[in-house]
Design a protein around this ligand. Structure first.
Ligand SMILES: C[S@@+](CC[C@H](N)C(=O)[O-])C[C@H]1O[C@@H](n2cnc3c(N)ncnc32)[C@H](O)[C@@H]1O
Length: 196
């Protein structure tokens, strides 16, 4: 999976890494910033996604599609496909460019819209990556967990750098008898939940 990343995927990853780094340094307004995961989190997600059970693969919060590219590697490795949700039209347009340039259109479906309005379209979820506005994490968690298949994986980003905002949701997840959960200190902190 990591040893033969296609050149088109790597090129787009590197472009987005440069732009994200610049965004964080030059005071780009929040709504325009890509706010994407670091590469080590991408590898972490791809490993979990490649090992996740059969079912829908979802991503909530696409931005320009950087994390999606890592998840697309997992989809290629295990023959799955992914649906990713982005609410902002300008970010969705960037993501469309990403998926076209990287040639991952066969394994990635982009939905421009609010995930919470689409959650009930998915009955059996094998994997979900949650990386949207922190204020809706709890609602997304409650929408996804009942839909996870046994062994299904939900990973939520920002468990460390937004700890204060997310604390009630993190506490609820860690105490939730429906899942086994753990916060992993990688990148900005990942909450990993596995449906029992
Ligand atoms: C932190 S960024 C995602 C970064 C991306 N996962 C990456 O690592 O490349 C969060 C994104 O979630 C989007 N978003 C926020 N609320 C959403 C919702 N309800 N449904 C879908 N997307 C949402 C935002 O517009 C923003 O682009």
């Amino acid at each position: 999976m990591f040893h033969n990343i296609p050149a088109d995927v790597l090129d787009r990853m590197h472009q987005l890494e440069r732009r994200d780094e610049q965004d964080r340094a030059d005071g780009t307004p929040r709504l325009e910033r890509l706010r994407q995961i670091p590469p080590e989190t991408g590898r972490f997600l791809a490993l979990w996604a490649a090992a996740a059970p059969t079912g829908a693969y979802l991503e909530i919060g696409t931005s320009a599609g950087y994390s999606t590219l890592w998840l697309a590697l997992a989809c290629r490795a295990n023959g799955r496909s992914l649906t990713t949700f982005e609410v902002l039209p300008q970010k969705a347009a960037l993501a469309r460019d990403t998926f076209a340039q990287a040639g991952v259109g066969d394994v990635v479906r982009l939905v421009q819209g609010d995930f919470l309005e689409h959650a009930d379209e998915f009955d059996e979820v094998g994997f979900c990556f949650l990386d949207a506005e922190k204020e809706i994490y709890r609602a997304c968690y409650e929408a996804v967990v009942p839909r996870l298949v046994a062994g299904g994986i939900l990973i939520a980003d920002n468990a460390a750098n937004h700890r204060e905002t997310l604390q009630p949701m993190l506490d609820a997840a860690l105490a939730d008898a429906r899942v086994d959960a753990l916060i992993v200190p990688i990148g900005r902190g990942e909450l990993v939940c596995r449906k029992r």
